[in-house]
Design a binder for this molecule. Structure first.
Ligand SMILES: Cc1cc2nc3c(=O)[nH]c(=O)nc-3n(C[C@H](O)[C@H](O)[C@H](O)COP(=O)(O)OP(=O)(O)OC[C@H]3O[C@@H](n4cnc5c(N)ncnc54)[C@H](O)[C@@H]3O)c2cc1C
Length: 446
């Protein structure tokens, strides 16, 4: 049996590397240069389609910690980024051509990796890792839809920002669902007429992201960018996503002029989603304009809002914690298509899929990484059942039992845990043996 990977982006190259460095053969299909996605422009593997920044290097930031975890797991992507980095302050910024060239040369030169430059349109036999990214080709998307079910494959994101619960000014907000006092699923940020007017003026004049042609997705009425909705009239938001009805002042029962609702994203209330605030404002402008909302003046943004083309599966319904299809074990998913967002997050899910597929091939049970690591936090986010699954960047709010006051300890624990886990995942560690018959892949011949 052999392992085939579809897609030579960040996740696919990482998965191939992890399998080959453990001593197994792998075939990697990449459709470029025969066919291109609308965002890629070179035949290089792991091309960065937009920014050349892999975000913060600072370990006190979840992006920095995730990178350090991947470094300790011998990630080819992070190694190439380190070796081709250029000055970028606290961020890991790379020379994009040198970065992708280094990865392409290492992957193509590896004796156990065969790179085939061909678009995959039918599901190959054997063990398959699908790593075709946010711009998966149409033909393959159709095959994926047959595996996941129509309702579990999305073609674009319309996501609202998420803020860190600890940074909300609780003096200015109150709990309560519309018409139902006493529930704490929502936090409400009330606005006076003056506050609403100032917010409105800032919103409609704020800087927006300029779009390339293919990024101009059709907006559905149900998820218009908040700034586009605002253009329809000064009061539109006060009658729409910011309507105050059913949310009176808890002590006076007076009606506010407008209310922004924040929906709890996790049981502990460490993250809150700004309901109905999907947007195409630039990240900086989101922080400035949404920071005008009472209660959010000092809010830390864990995820920014966006609307863009993105092929991704409803992973919580489709995948197990080993990134395998629950009803077709031979199929694995990796990278952004699993519902993570960003270069490094996609790399992390490529690395996990690579190790997991290798273990499956060998008939060894896959142990997911320990709970106290960022890698695990991402994996758990995408594979744990939840309402309204939406793509996510890494952030400390995803870590189980995260306590901001003990950040140093969190970082130390995460790095210790990932190093131990990484060592246990090396073939030299001598995996716990288990008869492969117990893991007999189902649907191998489908
Ligand atoms: C326009 C755009 C801008 C972005 N900007 C940023 C950014 O600035 N920062 C950031 O962190 N993230 C950004 N992202 C997200 C970024 O794409 C992903 O984080 C990352 O590239 C995903 O890695 P991946 O390996 O999952 O997919 P990709 O890197 O996209 O790799 C998928 C590969 O699969 C290939 N492929 C597709 N279909 C087939 C097929 N049928 N057969 C064979 N090969 C196939 C593609 O050619 C591609 O090489 C952006 C995404 C888009 C679309």
């Amino acid at each position: 049996m052999e392992i085939t990977i579809i897609g030579g982006g960040l996740a696919g190259a990482e998965a191939a590397w992890q399998i080959a460095r453990r001593g197994e053969r792998v075939t990697l299909y990449e459709m470029r240069p025969g066919a291109y996605t609308p965002a890629h422009t070179t035949p290089l593997l792991s091309e960065l389609v937009c920014s050349n920044s892999l975000k913060s290097q600072d370990l006190t930031n979840a992006h920095g910690l995730l990178k350090e975890e991947l470094r300790r797991l011998h990630s080819i992507i992070i190694e190439a980024a380190d070796r081709t980095s250029i000055p970028g302050g606290k961020a890991l910024v790379v020379d994009r051509t040198k970065f992708a060239t280094m990865i392409t040369e290492k992957i193509e030169a590896h004796p156990l990796i065969e790179v085939i430059r061909e678009e995959v349109k039918e599901m190959p036999p054997g063990i398959v890792i699908i790593a075709t990214g946010p711009l998966t080709s149409d033909g393959l998307a159709e095959r994926i839809r047959e595996i996941t079910g129509k309702e579990n494959l999305s073609f674009f994101d319309a996501i609202s920002p998420i803020v860190d619960g600890e940074t909300i000014d609780m003096e200015k907000v109150f709990f309560g669902s519309r018409y139902m006092e006493g529930t704490d699923d929502y936090l409400n940020c009330p606005l006076t007429r003056d506050e609403y007017d100032a917010f409105y003026d800032a919103l409609i004049t704020a800087e927006r992201v300029s779009l390339r042609e293919f990024e101009k997705v059709p907006y559905f009425e149900g998820c218009l960018p908040i700034e586009i909705m605002a253009e329809r009239g000064r009061k539109t938001l006060a009658f729409g996503p910011m309507k105050p009805v059913g949310l009176p002042d808890p002590s006076t029962q007076k009606r506010y002029y407008a209310v922004v609702q924040l929906r709890r994203e996790d049981a502990s209330g460490s993250m809150y989603n700004l309901v109905g605030f999907q947007t195409k404002l630039t990240y900086k402008e989101q922080e400035r304009v949404f920071g005008m909302i009472p209660g959010l003046h000092h809010a830390a943004f864990l995820r920014h809002g966006s609307i863009h083309r993105n092929t991704y599966i409803n992973s919580p319904s489709v995948l197990t914690s080993s990134l395998q299809c629950a009803h077709m074990n031979r199929i694995f998913f990796a990278g952004q298509i699993t519902g993570v967002e960003g270069y490094v997050e996609s790399t992390a899910m490529g690395l996990i899929a690579g190790i997991s597929a290798y273990m499956y091939l060998k008939g060894i049970p896959f142990e997911p990484p320990p709970d106290d690591t960022c890698t695990s936090a991402l994996l758990q986010y995408i594979t744990t059942e939840r309402k309204n699954f939406q793509p996510m960047n890494v952030n400390f709010g995803l870590l189980k039992n995260y306590n901001k006051k003990e950040k140093e300890k969190t970082i130390h624990r995460a790095l210790e845990s990932i190093s131990l886990w990484g060592r246990a995942m090396e073939p030299s560690a001598g995996y716990p043996n288990r008869p492969s018959a117990l893991l007999a892949p189902d649907g191998m011949d489908t």
